[in-house]
Structure formats: structure tokens, C-alpha cells
Design a binder for this molecule. Structure first.
Ligand SMILES: [Zn+2]
Length: 376
């Protein structure tokens, strides 16, 4: 059992990525990289975390967004399987306002988290659903990180925004994308060329992560107050279960229609964060059913001494009468993935071919010239 925080960091793009550069030809990745290194260094004064970088730390390649988030989700799955309960993702970028190759008057820092409104549209197209608790947790992470970034860069505060961006939509954990200033802004570029400011930006992000997650100083003294216990991913839970069945499905909602995240195996133990009818929430993302005919989990509430608070109910709680849960279902068979790319860049990926065709049409409508669907 590990209460370790898995920190996933991502420097946007790569050295060879065309277009992502200042009017003077400085590559966006070189700015993002300095921020990522600042996060890595900034976190060194804390303990209780593990950090993994999702971009190519040499900058030589620009991994596809889908590869970055697939890797993130594989790491999260492994972390959960090892008994971990918490993960976050921060992607570092720097903005561009113009496409003319000239400096602009655009200025300021903005931080993104997932946009539910546009996400609903995305889900209709076959995209991934994102549960309310992850959206709320992403917002809290943004609120913990953003003010420090504004201060470190000394630039205008453009605020915390919501966007349907791949790097905040696809990870199975709270995720934010920080735009630390405009690389084609005549004011901002001065800050971006100041390595100390980019280092300070990274350190501010590290402090924000620590504040959000309540990380303690490496010496053992708390340096940041724990975030409010209302953040679902941070509650240590109300009890503990032992898994009795083999291949018990962990789903993304307390219903048999929920997507299977992974399988749980007999003998493993997990914290329980919430109980909804016959469904137990075992991580910030996953639910498992206790079973109707036979119990597939053995539940023991936490002893009362350590003020274990139950996780708050989601904003729109379900009526506490879920359909009778079936014994653990067989794993869902994976259909081939249809990757849609527009002008050489992947824009989305779907299991459903019709959705991929829709996306391809959308891309063509929005001006892409070369749209392809590849099956995998
Ligand atoms: Zn970027």
C-alpha cells in the first residue's frame, strides 16, 4: 500500500516540431523543458511522490499526444495496482497568438483544465467520459498552481480556463495544462528568455502540486497545508476491502454500463472512498460491485480514531438503488482503435468507426487538407 503521489509531467512538443517556435526561431520545447526541470528540482524539497516525465527529455522526438496519455494511463494503472491512490498530470506549454511569424501584443499566463460542456459533445462522438470528481480535482489543482506561475513569470493573469485539450481530457487523473506566457508576445518573450523565471515557474508549479496534494517537506515538517478534504482524490477513505473474487472489474462509474478500467484480483486490499448501493469506490477513478448472489469483497470500516471522513458525494448523486450487480463480468473485448489524423497530426482516436468518420468530416470542415483514419 502506497500513499505516494504519482506526478506526471509533460513538456509540450519537441525540438523538431514545426511551427512551435518564436519569430526568432527559438523552439517552444526549450522553454517547456526548463519549466519541467524546474518542477523536478522544485519537488526535491518534498517527499511522498514519484515523478515521471512524458515527453522526450532530450527533445529529439515529439511523442504523439495519444502516446503521452496512453503512457500516463498505463503508469496510473500500475500505480493503482501497486496500491497507490493518487496521481496528477501537469503539461507545460507556452502560447502563440499569431501565425504571421511576427511578435504580437498578446501577453499573460493561463492554466487549463477539462471543459465539461465541450466534453459532452466529445463523448457523443465516442470520446472518453470524465467523471465529475476528476473535473473538480483538476480545478483544485489548477487553483493551487496557477497564482504561483503568474507571480513567477511577472506577467498578466489571464486566468484559469476550461478547454477540451487532449492532455487534460485523456489522463485518468486530475490534469492541467499551463501556458506560461506568449513566446510570440513582445512583452512575454523577455520573461521566457530568462532561465531564472522559467525555473521559478517550474518551482511554483511544484509548490502548487505540493499544496494541492499536501506533500510534506523532505525533512518531515509539513511545508504546505493539506488541500481541503473535499478533493476526492485526497481522502484516505472510509474503510478497506479485501477482494475475494478473481477478475473483479473496476469500472469508471457505479454501474455495469461503466467502462472497465482494470481487473482486481483475489487477495488484494484497497481503501474504500465511497459506497453507492452495492458499489464501492476504490480509487479516485474506479468502482467495483460487491456482487448480488455472493460477496466479491470483504468490507471493514476504518476505526474511528483518525477522523476518517467519508468522501463527499458527487454533485449529482445517483439514487442509492443500483441495478442488481452481476458477478464480475468478463473483460470487455477491445475493438480496433481508429486513429484520425489531420495534416499529419493525430486529432483523435475512437473504437467506433462511425465516430472516427464523424471526426474526419469535422476535421475536413475545419480546413484540414489531408485527413486519414488508420486502424490499429
Ligand atoms: Zn504548445
Amino acid at each position: 500500500m502506497s500513499e505516494e503521489l504519482l506526478v506526471l509531467v509533460d513538456g509540450g512538443h519537441g525540438l523538431g516540431t514545426s511551427g512551435k517556435q518564436t519569430p526568432d526561431g527559438e523552439k517552444e520545447w526549450t522553454f517547456n523543458n526548463k519549466v519541467v526541470l524546474g518542477i523536478v528540482n522544485g519537488l526535491k524539497k518534498y517527499k511522498g511522490y514519484r515523478i515521471v516525465r512524458l515527453d522526450d527529455s532530450t527533445g529529439k522526438t515529439d511523442p504523439l499526444l495519444i502516446n503521452r496519455t496512453n503512457r500516463a494511463n498505463a503508469l496510473i494503472r500500475k500505480h493503482l495496482a501497486d496500491g497507490g491512490t493518487r496521481a496528477i498530470l501537469v503539461s507545460s506549454h507556452h502560447n502563440a497568438a499569431g501565425s504571421t511569424g511576427k511578435y504580437t501584443t498578446a501577453t499573460g499566463v493561463e492554466t487549463f483544465y477539462i471543459d465539461q460542456t465541450r466534453l459532452n459533445y466529445q463523448v457523443n462522438l465516442g470520446g472518453r467520459n470524465v467523471e465529475t470528481s476528476r473535473i473538480n480535482a483538476s480545478k483544485k489543482l489548477a487553483e493551487a498552481v496557477h497564482p504561483g506561475v503568474v507571480k513567477a513569470m511577472g506577467l498578466r493573469d489571464r486566468g484559469i480556463k476550461r478547454g477540451n485539450l487532449h492532455m487534460v481530457r485523456e489522463p485518468n487523473c486530475p490534469a492541467i495544462l499551463v501556458e506560461g506566457g506568449f513566446m510570440d508576445g513582445s512583452i512575454d518573450i523577455k520573461a521566457l528568455r530568462d532561465a531564472k523565471k522559467l525555473d521559478a515557474q517550474g518551482k511554483a508549479i511544484a509548490d502548487g502540486i505540493a499544496k494541492y496534494a499536501g506533500l510534506k517537506a523532505a525533512t518531515g515538517i509539513p511545508v504546505a497545508p493539506s488541500a481541503k478534504p473535499s478533493a476526492p482524490a485526497e481522502v484516505k477513505g472510509i474503510g478497506r476491502v479485501k477482494i475475494l473474487a478473481d477478475k473483479l472489474n473496476l469500472r469508471d462509474k457505479p454501474d455495469l454500463s461503466g467502462k472497465v478500467i482494470r481487473e482486481l484480483h483475489a487477495g488484494n486490499e484497497y481503501n474504500v472512498y465511497e459506497i453507492d448501493g452495492m458499489w464501492y469506490k476504490l480509487s479516485s477513478v474506479g468502482w467495483a460491485s460487491i456482487g448480488s448472489a455472493k460477496n466479491y469483497m470483504e468490507y471493514t470500516p476504518h476505526p474511528k480514531k483518525e477522523t476518517p471522513k467519508p468522501a463527499p458525494k458527487p454533485v449529482a448523486p445517483k439514487p442509492p438503488s443500483p441495478k442488481p450487480a452481476k458477478p464480475a463480468a468478463k473483460p470487455v473485448e477491445q475493438k480496433p482503435l481508429h486513429r484520425v489524423s489531420a495534416d499529419g497530426k493525430q486529432v483523435n482516436a475512437f473504437r467506433d468507426e462511425a465516430n472516427a468518420l464523424n471526426q474526419a468530416r469535422e476535421s475536413l470542415k475545419s480546413g484540414a487538407k489531408d485527413v486519414r483514419i488508420t486502424k490499429q
